[in-house]
Design a protein around this ligand. Structure first.
Ligand SMILES: [Zn+2]
Ligand SMILES: [Zn+2]
Length: 320
């Protein structure tokens, strides 16, 4: 089977030995496509992964072989996420499931940018769903990233009709906007790239007037400068949701947090419940995830990485 592997500053498509299920519980799936996540870009750019690593986790796939107590069967088209929490540790009990040790250790194998992937029984039981017949592969590939956004929104515990500003209108910013609108909040957005603002406006995200203030700011931009923007826009007593790493790793100023009684929150990766909400929102058409992706064949995965890094496209979907 073919896999796309990281080697230094390149992604190379390589033939490796086929994987089979053997005696294991779970499924071997044929990957139909996999979304290219911002976290894949970070891992590649900053060389966080070892040579030979297969990135990708936003898979849409067909079951080839299965041994499971679930209702999934051979031939089913499914979508799955890559991490599963234990549900019992102190982090899980407090709702911080993405901090759970088990959550971090679980994964799909070898990674989404591969012709075949092993999906464990635990994944099938907790984070996998069949793809609805009215939804395209590219649309359903937003299942995991939208789940991340839903988690971030829930963590802010907003009130009906509250206002939110999204700083950074890349694919994840637009997705956050879709989530916020679907859950009933008023959404504004800003970005340094005009084209992105225009597209966001078309999707119902209004441009923001910095004389106003919002109840919550969602930081989907990884620029250090975005922190200033957030502090300018958030109302006293408001919330800032951190959803991206920043190069200089600068923090929020102590005195602003103190005098303005701000709440700064992080949100990392979705729980099974957030993923279920995400699945339902896509299935019901309450979020619009059409026309956001640019499709690349596996052989052109390097191009997909390059075009994402240079902001030429919003979101790449690798068809396998
Ligand atoms: Zn992702
Ligand atoms: Zn746990």
């Amino acid at each position: 089977m073919k896999t796309a592997q990281v080697y230094q500053d390149k992604i190379i498509v390589k033939e490796v030995e086929d994987i089979t299920l053997g005696e294991r519980k779970g499924a071997i799936v044929k990957v139909l496509g996999c979304g290219l996540c911002g976290s894949d870009i970070v891992k590649f750019k900053h060389k966080i992964v070892h040579d030979g690593a297969v990135l990708g986790h936003e898979i849409v796939a067909e079951i080839l072989e299965i041994n499971s107590d679930t209702n999934f069967k051979k031939g089913d088209k499914i979508v799955t996420s890559h991490h599963v929490p234990c549900g019992e540790c102190n982090y899980c009990k407090h709702g911080n499931v993405s901090m759970c040790k088990h959550f971090k250790e679980t994964n799909i194998f070898p990674g989404g940018f591969s012709e075949k992937v092993f999906v464990s029984e635990e994944h099938l039981k907790n984070v996998a769903y069949t793809v609805p017949s009215n939804i395209s592969d590219e649309e359903i590939s937003f299942y995991e990233p939208l789940g991340c956004c839903i988690r971030a929104i829930k963590r802010c515990n907003l009130m009906k009709d509250d206002t939110a500003l999204i700083v950074g209108l890349g694919s994840i910013g637009l997705l956050m906007g879709e989530g916020l609108k679907a859950l009933g909040y008023r959404v504004y957005g800003c970005d340094l790239i005009d084209e992105r603002v225009k597209l966001a406006n078309k999707m119902g995200i209004q441009s923001f007037d910095f004389n106003l203030e919002v109840d919550a700011v969602f930081m989907t931009s990884g620029a250090d400068k975005a922190i200033e923007t957030a502090l300018k826009a958030v109302r006293p007593g408001g919330k800032i949701l951190v959803f991206s790493s920043t190069p200089l790793n600068n923090g929020y100023p102590n005195n602003e947090i103190y005098y303005k009684e701000l709440t700064i929150l992080g949100s990392y990766s979705p729980s099974p419940a957030d993923l279920k909400d995400s699945y339902e929102l896509i299935k019901s058409g309450k979020v619009n995830v059409k026309n956001l992706t640019t499709v690349y064949p596996l052989e052109q995965i390097q191009q997909a990485f390059d075009d994402t890094i240079s902001n030429k496209i919003f979101k790449a979907y690798i068809r396998i």
